[in-house]
Design a protein around this ligand. Sequence first.
Ligand SMILES: Cc1cc2nc3c(=O)[nH]c(=O)nc-3n(C[C@H](O)[C@H](O)[C@H](O)COP(=O)(O)OP(=O)(O)OC[C@H]3O[C@@H](n4cnc5c(N)ncnc54)[C@H](O)[C@@H]3O)c2cc1C
Length: 322
Amino acid sequence: MVILVYLEYRRGNIAGSSLQVLAKAYELSREGRHEVCAAVIGRDVQQAASQLTGLPITKAYLYEADDLFSADLYSEIFTRCIAKLSPSVVLIGGTKEGKSLSSRTAAMLKTGVTVDCTDVRLRGRDELVQIRPAYGGNVIAQIVTEKQRPQIAVLTDSIMPPVKRSSMLSPATVLSREYASAASAVKLIERRELPKVKRISSYDVIVAAGRGVKRKEDLVMLEALARKLGGGLGATRGLVERGWMPHARQIGLSGHSIRVKLLIACGLSGTVQFMAGVRRADCVIAVNSDESAGIFQWADYGFCGDLQVLLPMLLEKMENPA
Ligand SMILES: Cc1cc2nc3c(=O)[nH]c(=O)nc-3n(C[C@H](O)[C@H](O)[C@H](O)COP(=O)(O)OP(=O)(O)OC[C@H]3O[C@@H](n4cnc5c(N)ncnc54)[C@H](O)[C@@H]3O)c2cc1C
């Protein structure tokens, strides 16, 4: 059985999120000696071949196309690749590009797609069980595409650590360097650089703020704590809805997934929807004024009290440890 992974390729680099998806594909492949193949679409895509060294891919299909992702063009190319390879399983990272590509591709192939999968596993000969929260996160659904193939799953960020390169693996065979003849209906008029913002999922340490933060100015204190620890500031949906934090910083079911060494949860209750975004946290510290708050069930260390009192004390202690 073939598992095809879409490797996002921008400005000469394979995206970190794709390497997480590849790690999952590799894990699945080892269960039944399945073959992992990859598709890469982008500009100067031949250069991607050198980046495949040491990755657990047997065959890679490279397609030259404009660097600007266009859903119609990319999904047409990707559909062609799938038609050529007939994979049973297609795995894609849950970025904006991945979600857009997956839905169009699934529609063109008249097959199913499950987005926001928090896990996938194989059952029987080639059935992919696609696991994701449903009904507002209150249910963990197991979804299967019974008859149609391929089975397309879009995986959430941080599903696995990125795949490790190994010198023991034979290099991928770059089978095809087809150049896309398909044309996009989207015409590029102007290209503008957006300021680079570090993704919340890229931090090892996160201070997460919830509705217990009563004034927007208090976020400065939490940001300071995050910075001191070399981390970033995240938030629950409650604060994003207030307009105090951008959606890019929202952790959870309808936000972003994180995989951290340390999570400091400040004034948040630990709802299932928030915790659905916490893929792994080696250590959770919770600060909450309500001793029955759900977050304490997840916490390794819990501080019951007002964060407006506790956090300045903690910051002061960090400044002057003696
Ligand atoms: C389909 C769907 C998707 C959703 N997706 C997400 C998502 O992606 N992410 C997300 O976060 N939510 C999501 N939600 C919303 C979620 O259900 C909760 O509303 C949200 O997580 C609550 O955020 P909170 O913990 O900040 O607020 P609350 O649940 O109100 O908790 C606030 C906490 O602060 C404590 N507190 C109050 N004052 C203080 C103080 N002075 N000091 C210390 N502690 C204090 C309180 O005791 C309380 O525990 C989703 C909901 C739905 C239906």
